[in-house]
Structure formats: structure tokens, C-alpha cells
Write a protein that binds this ligand. Structure first.
Ligand code: ADP
Ligand code: MG
Length: 562
């Protein structure tokens, strides 16, 4: 065949093939455009593995009326202008290829409205040609809908995996962008089901909770906070929290999601000697570098970057991660509690942070001074409600219910974060009647109850049979506990807080009550367990678990000192 220049249409299809490899590539390009447009909310819908439909809606800048067609021209972009701009790219897109590439392999509809435009623009393209254009108003922002991807590309379609796998790629991609942009609210629905939803409050840990679960979010260690070039910031798992694949390593360079073996090696090397072989950490890191230090124009999908100074970068990442790993205390569940109000009475409560009551040996122990307990000797039980105990520095009166609540609360959260919730099947199922509201909550959020160890099945009308409960609940009034939990779940709390609220409620229902008489052995055991909690001095609601009368106070009250 003689050599000839290919027809424009053929060229555009070849080029499109590089940018749009699979449905997730379309999502990537559209989401990047939304982020470049400054959106604070991005909603992605996918149907049929992204082949039938992908829709991305944002509240970004929108495209001005006269520029909409231009956006679908190859190499048309608003993001760079000159060759110098190419040397310092600060946007995710810059090649002006995405929209034309997508339009070359699918039907595309766009509705967009820019600030200041009286009306928005609707455009429908089929095989890159406009088939409809009209004015259509909408709030500022852009919605791009991509139908029937690769319909005219049977070869490409054949190479796609099952819809489930393609959905997985889309979900992973969106998770990565959500991790890179915690201040943006992301929603992903797949075949009508909401599968990812981030709060957009700027808190990376909250995004991690949505993507990897609460247990992980609570345990991750914070990297960064030091001003340096390159800047390294994010979260890394403690060595105790490892995974069997590298799929939990996420790297961003100036918040661009990148695949980089250099960064992966640097991060993993930081764990050297801490992880058993075959295990990998969970790491989410953003590297900030002056744009001229990197070249992102390496590949049409822009997921690879070249670094000017690889050695400095490697060292900075490895060092930043290593530093927090070495410093990390033994794994503890992070728990937030309100400080108790101090009472000025004879019996003083001990707000956390007070060290006067601590045995010298313990208060000297680093990191333990604020909350740990001295070794206590049980003296007896008072009014079947309080445990009296002493140490050389004075007398302690411990609220047995509050103390047990603290112990159980931490145990529940620890079991959750290690995914080792102990479940107790019930020999006699318990019949529970729910209110319409409680039933609604059970339908929407019942999965969370399952994760905590409850198993409920419908029994006609609004009756349910409780077949299993968390093992921790033995002795509790189960139907009351379940109903209260369903009430707790109606509230609009964030995921971390919601988890704590459930644990609080479970702990409260399962703990010994005031009025229960305890044996010496039981009291000793309870105090021993309380000593091992992170905040022994407060119950999960923040109330004090104990009040303390120091030897000095006793002496003063008895007039032994002046
Ligand atoms: P690039 O992102 O590389 O510039 P694209 O083909 O992805 O190229 O987009 C072309 C242009 O269309 C962008 O430069 C931008 O001006 C405009 N555009 C695309 N999507 C959006 C969006 N969601 N909001 C605002 N403008 C957009
Ligand atoms: Mg783009």
C-alpha cells in the first residue's frame, strides 16, 4: 500500500483509543475536568459497567456559551497557552484531548452553564458531529452524559471485562480522587445504587472511613506537617495494620493520582523490618513539588509522571513515613470524649490530665501521664453501685456501671477495627416489634447492625426475630437495646462519630448496672480491665468513672494538717 496521511476521522479514533481505554477512563477525564473547573460537588452515575451510561455532574465554573463546541475540538483547552505553560502545569488536564476523544467513541450530551450566562447550553454529539443544540438553563456547572461507549468499536468492547469488574475500576478511580480531594463531595452511584459518598469536609480521615472503613480510618497515622520540598503529607497505616496486596497504596503528585513505582518503593521501604514479607501497608500520600520539577506530559492518560530529582523524592517519602512509624505508640483505638466537668466538692473528680493522683512511677512513664490509672487495691463495694479502692495516695470511689461502660466501649471499637466482632447466636430468638421509623432505619442501615453482630430477620408485619447479638451483650435487655440502636442510627452523624455512638449505646446496655452486687473477684477484674483502657477516668459519654479523695484531703478534712 502506498504511504498516505490518514483521514482525520481515522486519526481521531486512533488517538481516542489511547485516552479512552475503558469506561473508567471516561470517568477519570470527566472528573478531572470537574476538578479543574473548581467544583465542590461531583456526582458520578454509571450503568451497565459504564458502557450503557456514564454521567458526571459538577457545580464548577461551567463553559461559557460561545465555547461549548470548541471544547470538543482536539487540542482545544482553556488550561495552557504557551510552551512555557507546558513546563509548569497546575491543572489536571492540559492536552485538550479528553472531550473530543470521548465524543469519538460514544454519544455525548452536555449541559453547561457558566456564571454570568443568562442561559446554559445543551449539545448532543453523535460520532463527533453535533446533532442537536439548544439553550437550556441549569445552575452553574456542567453535566456530561456519555451513552453507549464503544458501540462502533466491537474490538474494544470485547476486551472489556464484566460489568462488575468495570464498575470496580470506576469505583476505585473515584475513591482515589476522593482521597486526593477531601474538600470535594463525591457521590458515586452504580446502577442506581449509591456506592461511595464522601462528606467533602476536607478531612482525609473521613474519606478513608468511607473508602476503607472506620477501623482503618481510626488507626491511620498522620504523615507530614513539616514544611519541606518536596512536601509529603497524608496517612499511613501502623505496621500492625497490613494488607496482602499493594492495592492500598495511593500516591498523588500535586494531587494528581499517579502510578509510581518509585513512590511505592519509598513508602514500602519505610516499613522495612516492621512488616512480615508478603504484607503491604495502606498508604495515602500527596507529594507537593514545584510544577517545573515534574513532567506530566508522558502519557495521554497522565497517570505517569517523570521526576527531575528522584533521589531527593525517594528519601523525603521514606523518611516522612518512617518517622511516624518509629514514633507510633502501640495500636490503640482513637476515641473522642468530652472532658467531664470538675466538681468543687469534697470529693473531687479527676479530669483527664490531672496527675496529682498518679503513682510516681506511672506519672513518669512517657505518654501515660494523662489518663492511666495507678494500681488499685479493692476495699469493697458501696451501695451495690460503687467500688471502693485505694492506692498509697488515697481513696477511689469507682462507678461500676460507668467503669464497665468504658471497658466495653473500647472493646467493641477494638473488635470492630480488627474485624473480630464476637457474635453470640441466640438459642431462643427474641421477637421485637419496631415502630415504622425504626423499621425504615433497619432497612436502610441494617447492614451496619449486622457488622456489629446483630442478626435480625422479618417475622411478619413490623415484627422481627433477633437471632444473634454481639457476644458482649449477654445479660442485656436485648429488645430494648436493639430499639435504642435503631433510634441512634436515625441521627445524621458522620461515620466515625456514628460508630462511637453505636458502641456507646451497646456498652451502656451491656454494662453491669448500679444495684448489681459484685464479688471481690469481679471487682478486681473490672478494675484490671479499666486500667488497660485508653481513658479510664471517663465513661464513653464523658462523665467521670471515679472520684478520688487524696490522702492529703483526708488529712485536711480530719484537721491533721494546718
Ligand atoms: P483539557 O482538560 O485537557 O483542557 P478537555 O477535552 O478535557 O481538555 O476539555 C476541554 C475544555 O473544556 C477544558 O479546557 C475546559 O475549558 C472545558 N471543560 C471541560 N469540562 C469542563 C467542566 N466540567 N467544567 C468546565 N469546563 C470544562
Ligand atoms: Mg480534561
Amino acid at each position: 500500500m502506498p504511504i498516505k496521511v490518514l483521514a482525520r476521522q481515522v486519526i481521531s479514533k486512533i488517538a481516542a483509543g489511547e485516552v479512552v481505554e475503558r469506561p473508567a477512563s471516561v470517568v477519570k477525564e470527566l472528573v478531572e475536568n470537574s476538578l479543574d473547573a473548581g467544583a465542590s460537588q461531583i456526582t458520578v452515575e454509571a450503568q451497565g459497567g459504564g458502557v450503557s451510561l456514564i454521567r458526571v455532574t459538577d457545580n464548577g465554573s461551567g463553559i461559557p456559551e460561545g465555547h461549548v463546541e470548541l471544547a470538543f475540538h482536539r487540542y482545544a483547552t482553556s488550561k495552557i497557552d504557551t510552551l512555557t505553560d507546558l513546563e509548569r502545569i497546575s491543572t489536571l488536564g492540559f492536552r485538550g484531548e479528553a472531550l473530543p476523544s470521548i465524543a469519538a467513541v460514544a454519544d455525548v450530551e452536555i449541559i453547561t452553564q457558566a456564571a454570568g450566562d443568562i442561559a446554559g447550553t445543551y449539545l448532543h454529539l453523535r460520532s463527533s458531529a453535533t446533532v442537536k443544540r439548544e439553550k437550556r438553563s441549569r445552575p452553574r456547572g456542567t453535566t456530561v452524559t456519555v451513552h453507549r461507549l464503544f458501540r462502533h468499536f466491537p474490538a474494544r468492547l470485547k476486551f472489556l471485562k464484566s460489568p462488575t469488574t468495570e464498575n470496580g475500576h470506576i469505583a476505585n478511580l473515584l475513591s482515589q480522587y476522593a482521597l486526593a480531594f477531601p474538600e470535594v463531595k463525591f457521590n458515586l452511584s452504580v446502577d442506581g445504587r449509591l456506592t461511595l459518598h464522601t462528606p467533602g469536609n476536607g478531612n482525609l480521615r473521613d474519606v478513608v472511613a468511607e473508602v476503607y472503613g472506620l477501623g482503618v480510618a481510626q488507626q491511620m497515622l498522620e504523615i507530614g506537617g513539616v514544611a519541606q520540598v518536596p512536601g509529603v503529607a497524608g496517612l499511613a497505616s501502623p505496621a500492625s495494620l497490613a494488607r496482602s496486596s499493594r492495592g492500598y497504596l495511593s500516591f498523588f503528585v500535586n494531587r494528581r493520582w499517579v502510578r509510581s513505582s518509585l513512590l511505592a518503593r519509598a513508602a514500602e521501604d519505610a516499613y522495612q523490618g516492621l512488616l512480615i514479607s508478603g504484607k503491604h501497608p495502606i498508604v495515602i500520600l500527596n507529594v507537593s513539588l514545584p510544577p517545573q520539577e515534574i513532567d506530566v506530559n508522558v502519557h495521554p492518560t497522565k497517570t505517569e509522571v517523570k521526576f527531575r530529582n528522584t533521589q531527593t523524592l525517594y528519601a523525603a517519602v521514606e523518611k516522612s513515613v518512617r518517622k511516624v512509624l518509629v514514633k507510633a505508640p502501640p495500636p490503640k483505638v482513637k476515641i473522642a470524649t468530652a472532658p467531664p466537668s470538675a466538681s468543687p466538692s469534697l470529693w473531687t473528680t479527676e479530669p483527664p490530665g490531672t496527675t496529682s493522683a498518679l503513682a510516681p512511677s506511672l506519672s513518669a512513664a512517657k505518654g501515660a501521664e494523662a489518663t492511666s490509672l495507678p494500681i488499685l487495691r479493692v476495699v469493697g463495694q458501696l451501695a451495690s453501685s460503687y467500688i471502693m479502692a485505694e492506692d498509697p495516695k488515697g481513696l477511689y470511689l469507682i462507678d461500676q456501671h460507668a467503669a464497665h461502660e468504658r471497658v466495653l466501649f473500647e472493646k467493641i471499637l477494638a473488635q470492630r477495627s480488627q474485624q473480630k466482632v464476637e457474635i453470640q447466636g441466640l438459642l431462643e430468638p427474641v421477637n421485637i416489634e419496631l415502630s415504622p421509623r425504626q423499621e425504615e432505619v433497619l432497612k436502610t442501615k441494617g447492614e451496619l447492625l449486622n457488622e456489629f453482630g446483630f442478626s435480625l430477620e422479618p417475622f411478619g408485619g413490623r415484627s422481627y426475630l433477633l437471632r444473634a447479638v454481639p457476644a458482649i451483650m449477654k445479660g442485656a435487655n436485648l429488645s430494648e437495646a436493639v430499639r435504642e440502636l435503631l433510634d441512634v442510627l436515625t441521627s445524621d452523624e458522620g461515620p466515625l462519630r456514628r460508630e462511637e455512638t453505636i458502641a456507646q449505646s451497646l456498652a451502656c446496655h451491656s454494662a453491669v448496672k448500679a444495684g448489681d452486687s459484685l464479688t471481690d473477684q469481679e471487682m478486681r477484674e473490672l478494675i484490671r480491665q479499666l486500667e488497660q483502657t485508653t481513658q479510664p477516668r471517663n465513661c464513653p459519654h464523658g462523665r467521670p468513672t471515679m472520684i478520688h479523695l487524696s490522702s492529703r484531703q483526708l488529712e485536711r478534712e480530719f484537721g491533721r494538717t494546718g
